[in-house]
Design a protein around this ligand. Sequence first.
Ligand code: RAM
Length: 908
Amino acid sequence: MKQLVSLLHSLIFVFTFSAFSFGVLAQTEVSKLVCEYHTNPLGIDVLKPRLSWQLVSDAQNVKQSAYEIRVAESASDLSKKGEQIWNSGKVESDQSVNVIYGGPAPESMQRFYWQVRIWDNNGKASKWSNPTYWEMGILEPEQWNASWITLSNEPETEDSKPAQYYRSEFSTSKNIKSARVYVTSHGLYELFLNGEKVGDQLFTPGWTSYNKRLQYQTYDVTNMLQNENAVGVVLGDGWYRGNIGWVSANGYYGDTLALLFQLKIDYTDGSNEWIVSDKNWKVSNGPIRKSDIYNGETYDARLELDGWTETGYTETGWKSVKEIDEPKDLLVAPQGVPVKAVEELKPIAFITTPKGEIVYDMGQNMVGWVRIKMKGKAGQKVQLKFAEVLDKEGNFYTANLRGAECTDTYIFAEDGEITYEPTFTFHGFRYLQLIGFDEIPSKEDITGVVIYSDMEPTGTFACNDEMINQLQHNIQWGQKGNFLDVPTDCPQRDERLGWTGDAQVFSMTAGYNFDVAAFYTKWMKDVAADQLDNGVVPHVIPDVLNGQGGATGWADAVAIIPWSVYKIYDDTRILEENYPAITKWVGYMNERAGDDFLWTGDTHFGDWLAYATTQSDYPGATTEKDLLATAYFYYTTTLTAKIAAIIGKPQDAKKYNQLATNIKEAFNNEFVTPNGRLVSHTQTAYVIALAFGILPESMVDEAADYLAKDVEKFKHLTTGFLGTPILCPTLSAIGRDDLAFMLLNRTEYPSWLYPVTQGATTIWERWDGQKPDGSFQDVGMNSFNHYAYGAIGEWLYSHVAGIQVDENNPGYKKFLLAPNPGGGLSHVKATFDSMYGKIVSDWEISNGEMNYSVVVPANTFAEIVLPKAKVAEITMTDDLKSAAKQTGTKVTVSVGSGTYSFGYPIAD
Ligand code: RAM
């Protein structure tokens, strides 16, 4: 008996011990607190900011059952009940993403510390998280005490004018508690305090629709101040005054650079002081003689202003500034992602071209500039030129840059060695050419500075096929190169504009690769700001083409991008905020379509850059624009109905659903034969009709058949900007993974891998940007860094790897893990850092055995769909097995958070 008792005891011990080690009772931690998608943001103007956090636990099935948020003016006040600004109390809720701050309205410049604790599904409370904060910016235009200042009597006539250097000195006498700079400009600024650059942001104040919204930045300069201080700001042309677009290419927003600067110093004795830009500041020109985004920078070191950002500088030749009356009521705090120098590259080769050009190969088509250590003599002028590709003879090729000079020029002040990098320009390039050098720098002397909006990387996709891995690399580098404060089409030629069509087709892929929530939130504000009164959304945002817009598949970005952000981040606010713009756009389409609900006759880009040939019997895959326009009219209307329902407008939802039904009927009468054939018998027409769900149920099979037959006939894609992103997803959806993988694996033109065979390191604008014989596509439009066709990335993550968002449970609260082996791949691993934490999907097939491992973050659920499986043959825990469902050849298992593995013999 005694023995039995002791056995029981030890069993109980083993049970509790293992329960512990499996984490059932382990404590869940709370981490990764963000406010408005940023960690400790400074200077925001969102009055009801949203707070998100992650639960960290290795245990399975961890959920949040309640949370408590507390907010105070200092970290130490957080735990003092009486000192708290807001305490949510214990809220029974599993929400851990985008919880709205519910405390009193914030004041300008007020700082809020916050922390959170949660209760898990066992009712166990976590510890309080570490405190983090957000700080408000300037909320009222009247709180701009500073004056806009500019160079008086500007004597500038040329296109690219010299940069302007502004300075002022001030002293402080008391102990400083904290100090903040609030600053913006017309043109780009770089700010210095006491000889040091303030912050690490580039291309500030960023690019917005300047005449409607101008961002200012906030910097914490508490530790940069001394008793005697000097502030210096240099202004360059940038998007404001430089060349941009082609309508009025130079000075689209204005021809006068200007600065608005204010510094608030809080002293420990409770007093404060403002240092502001005013008529007492001084201004001069200096070494930057020209700075232009397209054309490059000219730097004359003989004109350097030694020590101009430090105290004690003698302002010889400096002029007084002029105060000007420029608006302050359009100033906004940034919501996006600052541009920074994020990576550095070294050249992989030094080349002397057949023409004798001195060229360096950076090994990667990148965006930014080079920092170069170089030797020269006083007065010597050297030039740096940039190109994406070499021509077929191996010479430096710049014809595809069109009018963009992309040249940095440096003039030496004295004999010797210096290090130079430009300030207010960027180039899209893989090759660097040096001109006018006596002594050739070594590869070591050259560094490629890679700049982009410093988004957090969130996704990885890797497989056993190196060409597909290179494709994934190219997609990610296409994104890095074109996410420079706004999503641009290309980063190199005289364009670099926020083309809406490119942005919308790529938005889901973008959201796998990087955290784009804040980036798109900011850009969508510009979309709404630049929308015309009649609802037309301009082709490019910020609009520098005088309002040209309203093209199908382009303007629809107004609805599609908020919808993507909603799905990825469970962000209903972006839907609410953009709803007026979305409905205005639908209203415009409705008006253009008229009573018959067919949108015909207007000018569109259509399935831009679709497959074209010179064969007399087949000119190419042209999809009728009226068909595309009516289909997009339908699709955006269906999204609008969904959005209306989500944001609590059921009447609107009904109205847009009815409209969608009318368009659907009209579409089918006009563009579809009774046998399911579309009037444009192209891959794009079929994928659009199928993916948008515009065909009646009875015709889906026929249309799917036509699509499959077309792909079988050509054995390649024929799609352009609108069809390509949904081609593989649609083939998969109609059960033709074989064809989707055939297209993916194809290496001849036209295909995703053809550029890879040509050594591409980014996505090309054209399927045949460079032909097998080394010749090029039309110079008028041949970018080698254009992310649009990279939209295949979404299918790689969601279908091949199987990490799939569920629009009914947005933000990956509940998602699918549904891998689809195919195309001869044997191993695929993808990861995605969702708002809840890291998701992993990792499958491998070897010797007919499928092994699948997944990670499901805490506070989420996944439905795992195992392909070509039989419940009985799967190795998994008994409880999962008993709940597993067999549907055809698929087995579905629903799980909560944790790490799981499955193994089974996979049928062929
Ligand atoms: C070109 C670019 C851009 C595209 C427009 C329609 O300027 O290819 O990507 O969106 O045309």
